[in-house]
Design a protein around this ligand. Structure first.
Ligand code: UTP
Length: 288
């Protein structure tokens, strides 16, 4: 059973500047909860017990969010605000949260390498700190873990993207004659030019990796964007281990992208009993 997860959240979030100058992208609120809390909850609901958040020196607010705030708790209790107390006390309940700082932002591959001591010698989950899923019927990571149980090897969670968007993702090259949802891969390529994209199957921010990845990450040269890319290390891992893709079912929101972020706020708002009717009315009014 996979019990450990790594959530890289140390990137600069340049697509969301200037707000990310002071607020970590992973704390962008989906109304009243930050994005990263949904991702932590997905891991917990999938059966993960230990989560390592990879942060950087200007992301202390993430650590504060998952810590107790005893002063605020005392004040809420003194005002008989028990519901609010329960909400803040129960954040990320059910898992141990650990932290490590990535001292330089050299890329996602380098971020994952920081997890080596935490992971030890077992397979582990990776969930990107700005990719949210509403998995159907199960959480996205649980779907990947079930796929891992079948193949007992590295599994990349994939989504189908439009051809024009392939240059933003790691793109999978399936072996011939494979039928989904679990497909063995013969290659992966990070951010290919659109005209060179080998498929529309994109890595969607969810991975089950084996500890074998670390030996490749350690000497991985820089790739696309002059960053140490996880995709490039996975490609080299394919020389020694089978790597599979699994098509995630559900809805994905790339919260680092402004339109996806707005959609996430609307969709989650429409799920909230206390506001869904008024929000629907507002949307109808604006649509006119
Ligand atoms: P992204 O490329 O989406 O994030 O990396 P970014 O670099 O922060 O954002 P933009 O593109 O400049 O807007 C995917 C994930 O990997 C983490 C990010 O925090 C994000 O969760 N990451 C990226 C790291 O932890 N360290 C890095 O060096 C790079």
């Amino acid at each position: 059973m996979i019990k450990k997860a790594v959530i890289p959240a140390a990137g600069y979030g340049t697509r969301f500047l200037p707000i990310t100058k002071a607020l970590p992208k992973e704390l962008l609120p989906i109304i009243d909860h930050p994005t990263i809390e949904y991702i932590v909850n997905e891991a917990i609901e999938s059966g993960i017990t230990d989560i390592l958040l990879i942060v950087s020196s200007n992301k202390n607010a993430i650590i504060d969010y998952f810590d107790y705030n005893l002063e605020l708790e005392t004040i809420l209790l003194s005002k008989n605000k028990y519901e609010e107390y329960g909400i803040i006390r129960n954040i990320a309940k059910g898992a141990n949260i650990h932290y490590i700082r990535q001292r330089e932002q050299l890329g996602l591959g380098h971020a994952v390498l920081q997890a080596e001591a935490f992971v030890g010698n077992e397979p582990f989950a990776v969930l990107l700190g700005d990719d949210m899923y509403v998995g159907k019927p199960e959480p996205a990571m649980k779907q990947l873990m079930d796929a891992y149980e079948k193949v007992q090897s590295t599994v990349l969670g994939t989504i189908e993207v439009e051809l024009k968007d392939t240059s933003k993702y790691g793109i999978c090259i399936p072996k011939p004659d494979q039928k989904g949802p679990i497909v063995e891969l013969k290659g992966v390529v990070e951010k290919p030019k659109v005209e060179e994209a080998p498929s529309r199957s994109a890595i969607g921010g969810r991975y089950i990796l084996t500890p074998g990845i670390f030996s490749y990450l350690k000497n991985q040269t820089r790739g696309a964007g002059n960053e140490i890319q996880l995709t490039d290390a996975i490609l080299r891992l394919m020389g020694t281990e089978k790597v599979f893709s699994y098509d995630i079912t559900g809805k994905r929101y790339d919260v680092g992208n402004k339109m996806d972020y707005i959609e996430a706020i609307l969709d989650f708002g429409l799920q909230k009993n206390e506001m869904k009717d008024e929000l629907q009315k507002l949307i109808n009014k604006k649509a006119k």
